[in-house]
Design a protein around this ligand. Structure first.
Ligand code: HEM
Length: 420
């Protein structure tokens, strides 16, 4: 044995074996690296294939990249309504490189609003930062604080003070340049969806309108206030065109008026408590004309109704269609304020199929304020004017996914001041 070792030490054989081993080792590392990379790619591929196999039915359209953007863009809400009937409770739409998952199953609302795999902030992140020129880093950092500040300021207990203060501020700011303000506001609102997606250079007028409005107040407030106005319009139009509802509501309003000294129309929130039918009318208008979509960014892969949804995609609920679910709202197209009689605010939640104000920890913090302001406005208007409609309630435009539907034509009404 010793002789053999001596032979090994002396000869070049030992060095050659070592060199050979080093080459082997070097190659081995290279091969191992290649194997690991290939395996990773394969696993990602397999996962994608698996996810694809297990993903919801998808409307892909036939145009590469654009997908079904053309059909979808023509009338997004109608498109969603048709596909929901074709594909069932969860389906996807591929539009301009993005996959949108649309959930219509009410048993999944809780998951939608409560799951940690779904995020509200990231959904609105791009639109808000673009529309409001808010610094991206600051947005996420301050969002929660701002949300709670708005919620606290607009809590039901403070509504009388807040509305007075806000109305005063509005009047002061908009007494001058009122028409210019209206023009800018309309431009901002009409083009909101395009404005937050396109670079400013392509949509200069919108950018100018936005900048000017921002100088006056925050974007969220404008967009939200406009929702109130639209609902007020729909509520008044529905009430005036339904004789039974109109009579019932006037009876309630007249009773309150007879109790008020000097026919005072400045209704307080205490007064509103005596007008339960008015609240039902506003609530019913809100049900029928709700937001097109509320969305959540998928921040962690999630399985819903047996389908795998991938991180990075967008999952949306569609309040407009959700509020036409016969299970919760029999005879859904009819304007029936009675369906809300005896229902408390606490019960107007996703558990009862009502999602006009969203849900979970991002539920609209302005909802009590918005509801009360809408009631106040409808009541003051009807108390002050005799109105006769000359056209039916206009059809709602199915174009906007963000915000409340606009009317597609004029609603013509003649009004005369009531004798007080
Ligand atoms: C008819 C009137 C209104 C409707 C239908 C409405 C509806 C909504 C909806 C659906 C959301 C998203 C909730 C979610 O995704 O879960 C939302 C969020 C929000 N709303 Fe409203 N809203 C209205 C009025 C207002 C008003 C008057 C204000 C404030 C003055 C307001 C302030 C907000 C804010 C700040 C958020 C964002 C919440 C967050 O960042 O987490 N809204 N609203």
């Amino acid at each position: 044995m010793r002789e053999m070792i001596a032979l090994f030490n002396q000869s070049d054989l030992w060095r050659e074996i070592c060199t050979f081993c080093l080459i082997l080792k070097d190659n081995y590392i290279k091969q191992l690296t290649v194997c690991v990379v290939l395996c990773t790619i394969f696993c990602i591929y397999l996962r994608r294939v698996k996810l694809k196999l297990n993903s919801p039915p998808c409307c892909r359209g036939w145009i590469p990249f654009l997908g079904c953007a053309l059909d979808f863009g023509k009338s997004p809400l109608t498109f969603i309504g048709q596909k929901k009937d074709e594909h069932g409770p969860l389906f996807s739409v591929y539009v301009a490189g993005q996959t949108l998952h649309i959930l219509t199953d009410q048993t999944m609302y809780q998951v939608f609003f409560e799951s940690p795999c779904l995020d509200f902030e990231l959904t609105v992140f791009d639109a808000i930062t673009k529309a409001g020129l808010i610094n991206k880093d600051k947005f996420i950092e301050r969002h929660s604080k701002l949300y709670h500040a708005v919620k606290g300021t607009l809590s039901p207990l403070r509504l009388d003070d807040v509305t007075g203060a806000i109305c005063g501020k509005f009047r002061k700011q908009f007494d001058q340049n009122y028409l210019q303000f209206i023009e800018q506001f309309e431009c901002f609102d009409e083009n909101f969806e395009l404005g937050v997606q396109l670079p400013s250079i392509f949509i200069r007028k919108w950018t100018q309108a936005r900048n000017s409005l921002l100088k006056r107040m925050s974007e969220k407030f404008f967009k939200s206030t406009h929702k109130d106005n639209m609902i007020v319009f729909w509520a008044i139009a529905r009430i005036l065109t339904d004789e039974r509802v109109k009579q019932k509501l006037y009876q309630e309003l007249n009773e309150l008026r007879s109790e008020k000294p000097n026919n005072d129309f400045d209704l307080s929130f205490e007064d509103l408590k005596q007008l339960p039918y008015l609240r039902c009318c506003v609530q019913e208008a809100l049900r029928l004309q709700s937001e097109g979509i509320v969305g959540r960014k998928i921040v962690k892969d999630i399985n819903l109704l047996g389908y795998d949804l991938q991180k990075g995609d967008l999952l949306v609920l569609c309040p407009y269609w959700a509020h036409r679910n016969e299970q919760f709202f029999p005879d859904p197209e009819a304007f029936k304020p009675e369906r809300w009689e005896g229902v408390s605010f606490a019960r107007m939640s996703y558990r009862q199929g009502f999602i006009a104000f969203g849900g979970g920890r991002s539920q609209c913090p302005g909802r009590y304020f918005a509801h009360s302001v809408m009631q106040k406005f409808v009541a003051s208007f009807l108390l002050q004017f005799h109105c006769t409609p000359h056209t039916p309630v206009p059809a709602a435009s199915m174009m906007h996914l963000v915000g409340v539907q606009h009317p597609t034509s004029d609603f013509i009404v003649s009004c005369s001041k009531r004798n007080l």
